[in-house]
Design a protein around this ligand. Structure first.
Ligand code: 13P
Ligand code: ZN
Length: 282
């Protein structure tokens, strides 16, 4: 396989990951979006002297994010296909800087065909503001995908955070280690609105992974690789659970006692302690 190269190292790293999301069947057509919070100095160094790297007109944000003022983001454009990322990176992606105390953004590069950031930009920004604070700056990238197995569960299960989290944890030992913070449910809401941004922010206080009911997954992590792995693990567990439901429903699941042992043994790999009942089950 020929290696994808690009003058901007962040684009060089993200475009193949975005293409891989399409290969996985997670991002059909323009479905899904991604945003990556980048160190401003590194963006400035990468864009210096690059043809087409001209700041564009400043655009207001519907929801101010003061804690992101000065931060730069590599963001997919609205209507752009993940499948096209390596072929047309300067159309699929853009780099913007948050300015004016977090009330506006300034395009710095990309969106070559006159595009603009994803229609979900407001939710990405409130997600970044929340997860930047909660993770003490560790998390930097948010990925939204239309993952089919995970979406299917929103038609088959009660819309309850606890029930969904337990169902997934009980399917593979890795799950509680990879997402000990669980998966939190956002009710069905119109995509691209301030309302879905606000509802998502509430759930992102407690977890890196949220379910947009009947729509997809929205996940936050440190790097392109780690956010891909997080989505991949949740989707795999969802696929197992959906197959079990299709076969008549579970006869058993990984016992809470084993989940507690996993949480003890792998504590050093986990971002937090999982919310499991303390008392041993009868
Ligand atoms: P955008 O093309 O605006 O990113 O929208 C895709 C999507 O998945 C909306 O939820
Ligand atoms: Zn979507």
């Amino acid at each position: 396989m020929t290696r994808f190269t690009h003058d901007i190292p962040f684009v060089e790293e993200l475009a193949p990951m975005v293409y891989r999301c399409w290969q996985m069947g997670w991002n059909e057509a323009n479905g899904g979006n991604v945003s990556w919070r980048l160190p401003a100095e590194e963006v400035e160094a990468a864009l210096k002297g690059l043809p087409g790297a001209e700041p564009g007109p400043v655009q207001p944000l519907p929801q101010p994010q003061p804690t992101l003022d000065g931060d730069c983001f590599l963001v997919t454009g609205s209507g752009q296909f993940f499948r096209h990322a390596p072929e047309r990176p300067d159309e699929v992606f853009g780099i913007v800087r948050i300015v004016a105390g977090g009330t506006a953004y300034e395009p710095l590069w990309g969106y070559a065909s006159g595009g603009r950031p994803t229609s979900e930009f407001a939710t990405h920004l409130v997600g970044h503001a929340t997860r930047k604070r909660v993770s003490n700056g560790r998390e930097r990238i948010i990925l939204h995908c239309h993952v089919p197995e995970f979406i299917a569960l929103s038609f088959l299960m009660p819309l309850e955070t606890r029930a969904l989290t337990m169902a997934l944890w009980q399917k593979m030992p890795e799950c509680i280690v990879i997402f000990p913070d669980g998966v939190r449910i956002v009710p069905p809401l119109l995509p691209g609105t301030v309302k879905i941004a606000e509802a998502s922010a509430v759930e992102l206080e407690k977890s890196r992974v949220i379910s947009w009911t009947h729509h997809g997954i929205f996940a936050s992590e440190a790097t392109p690789d780690s956010v891909f792995a997080l989505v991949e693990t949740v989707e795999k567990a969802a696929a197992i659970h959906r197959r079990v439901l299709s076969a008549g429903g579970p006869q058993r699941g990984i016992e809470p006692a084993l989940l507690r042992e996993l949480a003890e043994n792998f504590a050093s790999m986990m971002v937090c302690r999982p919310d499991l009942p303390d008392a041993p089950e009868a």
